[in-house]
Design a protein around this ligand. Structure first.
Ligand SMILES: [Zn+2]
Length: 432
């Protein structure tokens, strides 16, 4: 059985015991009110009710987190760390070196918002992923699509009607029209380190010459891509799909996730349930109408229309019980406010617990990283966040990154605004 690449991060050398917090472990089980978590070599040794007695190891740092809540580090299944859509014009004039540094800043902001793993669905190469693994920069563990694919004139063809191209960095040329284009492009992406293949089976809101109702990559090409990845590591296929027909083409072609899904109809919902397809509804972007002065008029107009559609149809998909994994489309919305997504998911009908599970356990399953991530259980990587409120009573404070008081990734404390974890080696540090 092919497995997914697990991006590791440098683990802390010092073991840690967290005592007294309410523990929401990401499995959907009721919280453990007075919990204990033991972490060693970057992994969880124990997570459950406080064990009592004296610790078996004297070298363990014990941190009292009474009054706080611990949750798994969130997984944002849809980001574009190299993109800031309201800054596109300025970005076109930047040198590559500055663009890379800005991407690193976006990665750091995403991590500090409480996202310890993310899936970048187009716009960056594996250098960013590997720099995080090496401890050169702070950021979420990353899975990458490298580029997002569409036919000529489709969602990732940023050529204007006059033939001039709007600069839209995609490390591998993203246009696929023929069977040969499809095979060669998928091979190039996998050679370049793609963990997931991102395709667009519909047009979109942010592209100049198509709409979400237009069809993009056809069902037969979706099938061809799925059969190509099956010969490799079984990289999942994620489909940008907004209008009802393109959503159904993606599901019938065998994608693992429908990204956006704004206009999904009842037949599409049934197909998702039958096939176990994940929905990544990107509500942070769907429900956010951008500043009309900072984006093109076509984008603003389409956004107003499709926000209303998404509000109604995503709520219907939630009510029907489709598998949901959270993703923001950050880059289209601002970076570093990723935990606004579970708040929006609750607005459209998920319970706070369902929204948390969608952003942790379910997203780990989507990425095929659930052996190591997504829940706080013995044996898993110690990726977790600490907050000072009960998100099951009111989830809205999660939307503000300041309310995420601590972030631990692979047992290393990378954020500690309440200064509970003491000095080095549990302070944020980068490779030397
Ligand atoms: Zn996207």
């Amino acid at each position: 059985m092919p497995t997914a690449h697990l991006p590791t991060t440098p683990p802390s050398p010092e073991p840690l015991i967290l005592l007294g917090a309410a523990l929401i472990d990401g499995t959907g089980a009721a919280p453990v009110e007075d919990s204990e978590i033991e972490i060693s070599d970057g992994r969880i040794v124990y997570a459950g009710p406080r064990r009592g007695g004296t610790p078996t190891r004297s070298d363990v740092r014990t941190v009292d987190l009474s009054g706080s809540t611990i949750l798994p580090g969130f997984i944002d299944a849809h980001v574009h760390l190299g993109l800031s859509i309201e800054d596109q014009q300025a970005d076109a004039a930047r040198f590559d070196s500055e663009r890379t540094l800005r991407t690193a800043l976006n990665a750091r902001r995403t991590l500090l918002a409480g996202v310890t793993t993310a899936r970048d669905l187009g716009g960056i190469d594996r250098g960013i992923r590997d720099a995080i693994v090496a401890g050169l920069i702070h950021g979420p563990r990353l899975h990458l699509a490298v580029s997002a694919l569409s036919p000529t004139g489709g969602h990732t063809d940023f050529t204007l009607p006059n033939g001039r191209a709007v600069p839209m960095p995609m490390p591998v040329h993203p246009i696929i029209d023929t069977d040969d284009d499809v095979r060669r492009t998928v091979r190039l992406l996998i050679r370049g380190g793609a963990d997931v293949i991102k395709i667009c089976t519909t047009g979109g809101v942010s592209s100049p010459s198509d709409t979400p109702d237009d069809l993009g990559v056809p069902e037969e090409h979706v099938r061809l891509i799925v059969s190509e990845t099956a010969k490799r590591a079984g990289q999942p296929v994620a489909a940008h799909a907004q209008g009802a027909e393109g959503i159904k083409a993606a599901i019938r072609g065998g994608v693992r996730s429908v990204e956006h899904g704004y206009g999904i109809d009842d037949e599409g919902i049934d197909l998702m349930l039958e096939n176990g397809t994940f929905l990544v509804p990107t509500l942070s972007s769907a429900l956010r109408v951008p500043d009309p002065d900072r984006v093109p008029a076509y984008l603003y107009e389409k956004k107003v229309k499709w926000s209303a559609i998404a509000r109604e149809r995503i709520a219907a998909a939630f009510a029907a019980g489709v598998r949901v994994a959270l993703g923001t489309d950050a880059g289209v919305c601002p970076h570093g406010e990723n935990l606004r997504e579970p708040v929006h998911a609750v607005e459209l009908g998920l319970s706070p617990m369902q929204a948390i599970v969608a952003g942790t356990k379910n997203a780990a399953e989507l990425l095929r990283l659930d052996d190591d991530l997504g829940t706080l259980e013995a044996g898993k990587l110690a990726d977790l966040i600490v907050c000072d409120f009960d998100p099951l009573t009111d989830i809205t404070p999660l939307a503000r990154p300041d309310n995420v008081r601590a972030v631990i990734q692979g047992g290393t404390v990378v954020k500690d605004t309440a200064a509970r974890f003491g000095p080095e080696p549990h302070r944020p540090r980068l490779a030397e």
